[in-house]
Design a protein around this ligand. Structure first.
Ligand SMILES: C[S@@+](CC[C@H](N)C(=O)[O-])C[C@H]1O[C@@H](n2cnc3c(N)ncnc32)[C@H](O)[C@@H]1O
Length: 189
């Protein structure tokens, strides 16, 4: 029987040493700091170990972190007890309309989930997204294309929002080599 996504991610979080340390917030999230609200409700889609959500929570937001992996969420809960953590498959997690002051999504690409982000933001709400692009296949040719962004795709998907910052470039990360990403900071006007 094929492994479910939850099993696959649980195994990864249990066995891969990279996931045993606190990742802290992503660089791109830190660079968005002047635009991030410090009050209200935030959603961290695919929160993982909670490094980004924990950072937002310490800045004053109430953060809901949703992830499919119970192993990751247990670690997030121990490190960041103020988070509201939900174990769920985001593909079956309906988002309320006009509810969030901030939505962040790092390294999780599910276009059907992303489609609902603009509606779920309050007017004035902020969206921060970063994930890998198809350039990644140069260094890891076996990654299915559906998990990677096409050139210009991220900006196009959120063209209904006011884009404050957009980039597609190779960045240094915590891993052993640079990674090609698209990053977006946008606001619902
Ligand atoms: C690469 S990690 C990114 C975690 C975190 N956002 C970060 O920046 O480190 C991808 C995360 O997506 C979660 N995930 C995968 N499929 C999911 C789904 N269908 N619903 C919710 N979470 C999912 C995994 O459990 C994992 O924690």
């Amino acid at each position: 029987m094929p492994q479910s996504d939850a099993e696959r991610w649980n195994t990864r979080y249990q066995n891969d040493a990279r996931y045993h340390r606190d990742p802290g917030p992503r660089e791109f999230l830190l660079s968005c700091e002047p635009y991030l609200p410090t009050r209200g409700l935030a959603l961290d889609a695919a929160t993982g170990l909670g490094g980004n959500a924990g950072y937002l929570s310490k800045r004053g937001l109430q953060v809901i972190g949703v992830d499919i992996s119970m192993v990751a969420l247990r670690r997030a809960r121990m490190r960041y007890p103020a988070l509201w953590l939900v174990q769920a498959d985001l593909c079956h997690f309906p988002l309320p309309a006009n509810r969030f002051d901030l939505i962040i999504n790092f390294y999780y690409l599910e276009r059907s989930v992303w489609r609902d982000f603009p509606r779920a933001l309050r007017p004035g709400g902020v969206l921060v997204v970063e994930t890998l692009t198809r350039e990644m296949r140069r260094i890891q040719p076996d990654i299915p294309e559906e998990y990677l962004l096409a050139p210009g795709e991220l900006r196009e998907l959120f063209s209904g929002l006011k884009v404050l910052h957009y980039r597609e470039e190779w960045i240094e990360g915590s891993g052993s080599h640079p990674r090609p990403v698209a990053s977006l900071l946008a606001v619902k006007v």
